[in-house]
Design a binder for this molecule. Structure first.
Ligand code: ZN
Length: 106
């Protein structure tokens, strides 16, 4: 039986490794207190409350934790952008997930 290593659990290394550590939490709080509306919706003439701090350029693509690389998005804009950011092959369509947690049929 493998011995459990004390450093193999109980820490948030994967969360930090993805770039969502303290700096991200602080920036999210800053955005939520200063930007009220979803910036993407605002660009498209919609008025929607923002709730998700988003990296304009994803960390995986070299984006920084600077304020200039952050935008506040609503849930649907954030979900749409996350799918776009992660999609390495645009021919493979990923299902959209609705607010109720079920895939959206198209
Ligand atoms: Zn939006």
């Amino acid at each position: 039986m493998a011995e459990r290593k004390p450093w193999s659990h109980g820490r948030q290394e994967s969360r930090h490794a993805r770039g969502y550590g303290k700096a991200h939490v602080k920036m999210r709080e800053h955005l939520l207190s200063t930007v009220i509306l979803c910036e993407e919706c605002t660009r498209n003439g919609r008025v929607t409350a923002g709730s998700h701090a988003d990296h304009v350029i994803p960390k995986a693509k070299g984006g920084t934790d600077e304020r200039s690389n952050y935008q506040l998005l609503c849930a649907s804009c954030h979900a749409a952008k996350s799918i776009h950011d992660q999609d390495k092959n645009p021919r493979i369509r990923r299902p959209q997930i609705g607010l109720d947690g079920w895939p959206i049929e198209e």
